[in-house]
Design a binder for this molecule. Structure first.
Ligand SMILES: [Zn+2]
Length: 400
């Protein structure tokens, strides 16, 4: 089933009118232009490395600093602002909402979603992200009292056959302790602007390549090595959260399954294409010491740092990336620190997240290091030290 919408000479007059009543709607707040350089010399007012909205207070409290970029994100306070904006757009009969995305210039458009994943929340009109330069041109035309006319031809297919996401799981059985498991992985889903090459094609590839290296070497590993390519990460870490709750413990009760005590560690890569430069010890000084001993022999590969060895705090809720689903229930969810490269400024959730932006040598370095960490965990005499098990949280949000 396809929904085909055609907008014929859509006028922006109504949008301009809304600006006069000072309401928080994209493009209507014509006092601000989107985050791109106005000329080659002046620094950007919204530097592309930090164009996240600067807001204070809650919606309705009046202290919000609305801008095209903040409204493009519109996700503060768990979507309250986004829902208010969407309800307003609907109420005003807006045919289409135009946004410059929430970051980027020079042809890079950062655009993810404008609606809520909860079908009970207000459904916005179609939302279109356009380049900051084109967006700003519309703003300038409106400022000069000129009404632009825009044509949109939007074709959207809603896939209803299978509305579930899925995880892909594979493993190399352990030789002498097959019920003890070392995991590694990345997420397999991505956003629509590009192909998800760096978010998280690289993390998925690094995990697969690490497993290929280990399988090819045929070195015996006592523990089972299990690779996971998670689904639904971008919607809210759904795939890994469902997995850990089904296999290890429900966060609400913290009743442990037999698998809980056998899960040694999960290694995650979700930081773009850059090299591994450090590893997080998950707040455990014992773990930090172990990781330091592991990176010592491979320092020529330029991984040098072990961080986060002093203060463990359980993840409040799964978020950010899949390792959080593990640490949420007191398991070792470990991430690596990577070279940032252009992840935040160019590829993360943008239309430039394509294969061209992947740095082959960096991804090879990451694969080798991940394989090395997995190998060490899978062959170590003891399992890695466990962070403290959090108390049950009856109010914990479950994705199941
Ligand atoms: Zn990601």
């Amino acid at each position: 089933m396809g929904t085909h919408l055609e907008f014929d000479e859509l006028k922006v007059t109504g949008l301009h009118k809304m600006a006069q009543i000072n309401v928080p709607v994209l493009l209507f707040d014509i006092g601000e232009q989107a985050g791109c350089r106005r000329d080659p010399i002046e620094p950007s007012r919204h530097p592309i490395h930090d164009s996240r909205p600067q807001s204070a207070g809650a919606p309705g409290e009046g202290a919000w600093d609305y801008s095209p970029t903040s409204l493009a994100l519109a996700n503060e306070k768990n979507g309250v602002l986004r829902n208010e904006v969407n309800a307003f757009l609907k109420e005003e009969g807006v045919a289409i909402s135009i946004t410059p995305g929430y970051n980027g210039d020079g042809g890079t458009i950062f655009s993810t979603y404008g609606g809520s994943e909860n079908p009970k929340d207000p459904i916005p009109p179609p939302i279109v992200a356009i380049g900051a330069e084109q967006y700003n041109r519309l703003v300038r035309l409106l400022q000069h009292g000129i009404t632009p006319k825009l044509n949109f031809d939007i074709a959207v297919d809603y896939q209803k056959e299978d509305e579930n996401a899925f995880n892909v799981i594979g493993e190399i059985p352990g030789t002498t302790k097959p019920d003890e498991v070392v995991m590694l992985g990345g997420h397999f889903d991505s956003w629509q602007g590009g192909t998800g090459a760096t978010d998280n094609g690289t993390g998925s590839s690094v995990a697969m390549e690490a497993v290929r290296i280990l399988a090819t070497l045929h070195k015996p590993m006592a523990r089972t090595v299990r690779v996971a390519l998670w689904g639904g990460e971008e919607e809210g870490v759904y795939g890994s959260t469902a997995y850990v709750q089904q296999h290890f413990a429900q966060r609400t009760t913290m009743v442990k399954t037999p698998e809980y005590d056998k899960l040694d560690v999960y290694f995650n890569d979700d930081g773009g294409s850059g090299r591994f430069r450090g590893v997080s010890a998950g707040g455990s000084p014992q773990m930090a010491a172990i990781f330091k001993s592991w990176i010592e022999p491979i320092k020529d590969q330029h991984i040098v740092a072990v961080s986060g060895g002093d203060q463990f705090r359980p993840t409040a809720s799964p978020g950010g990336t899949d390792s959080s689903a593990f640490s949420w229930i007191g398991l070792n969810g470990i991430g690596f620190q990577q070279d940032g490269l252009e992840y935040g400024t160019r590829t993360h959730h943008s239309n430039a997240d394509t294969y061209d932006r992947v740095q082959k040598a960096d991804v090879m370095q990451s694969s080798m290091i991940e394989a090395w960490f997995v190998y060490n965990a899978a062959t170590r005499a003891e399992m890695l030290p466990r962070i403290p098990t959090p108390a049950p949280d009856p109010d914990a949000k479950s994705h199941e």
